[in-house]
Design a binder for this molecule. Structure first.
Ligand SMILES: Cc1cc2nc3c(=O)[nH]c(=O)nc-3n(C[C@H](O)[C@H](O)[C@H](O)COP(=O)(O)O)c2cc1C
Length: 373
């Protein structure tokens, strides 16, 4: 379908990881949800220069359902007005409790400002320019998380001669995607970093494979090595889609404090929490998740109110986390899956691909010798 050497897809927000995996024979996919149109243009130009015609992809998040989706979308100021005072107070008190300093003047807000009429993040309106910029470039595949890609996205991508992919956490999601015209399904299980459902990868992959007929399926969630890759392919997947394993690579732009936490974390050190985006997303446990899990804490809001509520707080925490022993260091965390327990050494992304292939071949040989005696 893509003319790649090895069926390893790398989801990453970091363009260096995307290019490295594509150059190693896999297919890098740039997570573009937080990219401004200008930044996306710069990154796609750079990636194309690096990969020299080899295939890469772009991942946008256009959820099927979000606050205001039935009424044509809300602006940032509409959403700002929907955030209860109790929630704002909780976040302010948390930053005071952990002694997290404010941002300096020239960057006095986080990524989202509620003082303007821009389209809210995680909405069809906010992602439309990035879809057009992607199609003006040369990605082989455009992927959507959180529901089936909207019909306008499928139609535009198809008209441009590219493929669409979509993540599925249930067999029913996958069926819906295929009926909508999606070309590639990513069956992503509970172990995964980021937004994830409640069905484990081991159960999900064969269910999705059985549900979608001839549409190819990639296995995702908890895949960081060749044994897991062999397992996913034994379950019927045509390849694998990995997100967490790149976060501790040498190229990754993961916050250095969080990278260190990931390198020593065990597979029990993650939690599915709505505290960052409003939807359940697996992330590293830290004081941040502990505080949001506390029964006294207000329940996280929905998407996109919660990400707007916590945006500036997360920027403040990132900015101050490098101070040893600080409250910000304790709070710092990021999305990552259970495979974090095996991510114990920082390596180049290319090496991750090569190690995965070596281990995949060994796993197959072991299975063959068990079958053949
Ligand atoms: C840091 C991080 C951010 C993610 N953000 C997105 C995203 O914006 N869009 C998306 O489709 N998937 C996103 N995911 C999910 C990945 O695409 C992928 O399905 C998942 O990481 C696979 O499971 P793994 O984490 O066990 O490798 C994210 C995952 C991580 C770890």
């Amino acid at each position: 379908m893509f003319g790649i050497d090895v069926p390893i897809f790398a989801f990453s927000h970091c363009r260096d990881v995307v290019a490295a995996v594509t150059k190693a024979g896999g297919l890098g996919v740039l997570g573009a949800v937080a990219h401004s149109p200008r930044q996306l243009e710069i990154d796609l130009d750079w990636i194309e220069e690096e990969v020299g015609g080899r295939p890469y992809g772009v991942d946008l998040i256009v959820p099927a359902k979000y606050a205001g989706s039935d009424d044509g979308g809300l602006s940032m100021s509409d959403i700002g007005a929907m955030i209860p005072d109790d929630h704002r107070k909780f976040v302010d008190d948390l930053l005071t409790k952990y002694d997290v300093p404010p941002l300096d003047d020239e960057r006095a807000t986080g990524q989202f400002s509620t003082k303007n009429d821009a389209a809210a993040p995680f909405s069809a309106d906010s992602q439309a320019p990035n879809l057009d910029i992607s199609l003006a470039h040369d990605p082989a595949i455009l992927v959507n998380a959180l529901g089936p890609p909207p019909q306008f996205m499928i139609d535009k991508v198809r008209a441009a001669g590219r493929r669409t992919g979509a993540l599925a956490g249930k067999a029913q999601h996958a069926e819906r995607h295929v009926n909508a015209g999606v070309d590639l399904i990513i069956a992503q299980g509970y172990e995964a970093g980021g937004h994830t459902g409640d069905v484990g990868t081991m159960v999900l992959i064969p269910e999705v494979v059985d549900a979608v007929g001839d549409t190819p399926v990639l296995g995702a969630g908890g895949i960081g090595g060749g044994r897991q890759m062999a397992a996913a392919m034994a379950l019927g997947a045509q390849g694998v889609w990995c997100g967490s394993v790149w976060l501790t690579t040498e190229e990754a732009e993961t916050h250095p404090v969080v990278k260190e936490k990931m390198l020593v974390a065990t597979s029990s050190d993650t939690i599915r929490s709505r505290s960052r985006t409003g939807k359940p997303a697996r992330q590293l446990k830290s004081s941040w998740t502990e505080e949001w899990e506390n029964p006294q804490t207000p329940m996280p809001l929905g998407m996109p109110m919660q990400p707007i509520l916590v945006d500036e707080a997360l920027s403040r925490i990132s900015r101050a986390a490098h101070r040893d022993g600080s409250g910000a260091e304790k709070l710092a965390n990021y999305f990552v899956g259970q495979i974090v327990g095996s991510m114990n050494k920082s390596k180049p992304a290319t090496q991750v691909v090569y190690d995965m292939i070596d281990e995949f071949i060994e796993a197959n040989e072991r299975l063959n010798s068990q079958i053949n005696g």
